[in-house]
Unconditional design. Structure first.
Length: 258
């Protein structure tokens, strides 16, 4: 008497491997490859299918498992300063990816099942009800309204508008950008230098404000240094810059004549 064995149907070799891992209650990151390979080959040997495409997929996975099994049975080679790669690593990654998509398909199937039990009813409200608008008796509505009440309502609305105004920022005027050019600033720096003789760069910057003022003033000082009108000294790094005015020879002669 023949013994008929009915095998479970799996969607593919990865589905079968996941079933064997869950059946044996083993860690997917530490697959006992010898045990899983034996059970997998046992299943494949009992498969009865005429679809060669399906059978070839299971046979390819069987060959992969046998190759991994043979690698793990071989003695470890001594490799200096390199971490030995686990032969099961690629298989584990494929199983994890398949498991993620499989569970995602279950979630989508549940949502499809729940959606099939939802029914929508088309609106059947009569036009008379949908277009109904309650009539408002304005005489009755305004019967108790007096000028005093209207004035109080108006005052409350205006007060809300006042409360929205920022008491500080509302007093700000329009902020206009100061236009600074290097020619005018060079004249200012020269006048400042003639008046003070020797001064610090920090003191010069305190005569104005803003990023543009600092940049233009710095460029003016550099330009006047090139022409020899200013002499710059910085004793140590990050120290303040000391600037000395150097009048031209013609300017000195005029001063001596006067």
């Amino acid at each position: 008497m023949e013994l008929n064995v009915k095998l479970e149907v799996f969607d593919g070799p990865l589905d079968l491997l996941l079933h064997l891992i869950e059946k044996n209650k083993v860690d997917i990151f530490d697959i006992p490859i010898v045990l899983i390979t034996e059970q997998y080959l046992d299943y494949v040997s009992h498969m009865d299918t005429k679809d060669m495409d399906v059978m070839s997929e299971f046979l390819v996975m069987a060959a992969t498992l046998v190759r991994i099994k043979s690698k793990m049975l071989l003695p470890d080679e001594e490799v200096e300063e390199e971490e030995e790669e686990d032969p099961r690593q690629e298989l584990v990654e494929r199983l994890l990816e398949y498991k993620m998509y499989k569970y995602a398909s279950f979630e989508l199937k549940d949502r499809q099942y729940d959606a099939a039990r939802v029914f929508f009813k088309k609106p059947s409200i009569p036009d008379e009800v949908r277009n109904f608008r309650e009539e408002v008796d304005y005489d009755e509505l305004l019967s108790e309204v007096t000028l005093t009440k209207l004035q109080s309502i108006f005052d409350s609305v205006m007060q809300k508008q006042v409360d929205k105004i920022d008491p500080i920022r509302s007093k700000f005027g329009e902020i206009e950008k100061e236009e600074i050019n290097i020619e005018d600033q060079m004249l200012f720096v020269e006048e400042y230098a003639m008046l003070h003789g020797t001064f610090s760069f920090r003191k010069l910057l305190e005569t104005g404000h803003g990023k543009d003022y600092i940049i233009v003033t710095f460029l003016s000082v550099l330009e006047m240094m090139k022409t020899g009108k200013l002499h710059i000294v910085q004793k140590n790094i990050f120290d303040d810059i000391e600037i000395t005015y150097q009048p031209s020879k013609k300017g000195k002669e005029l001063e001596e004549e006067n």
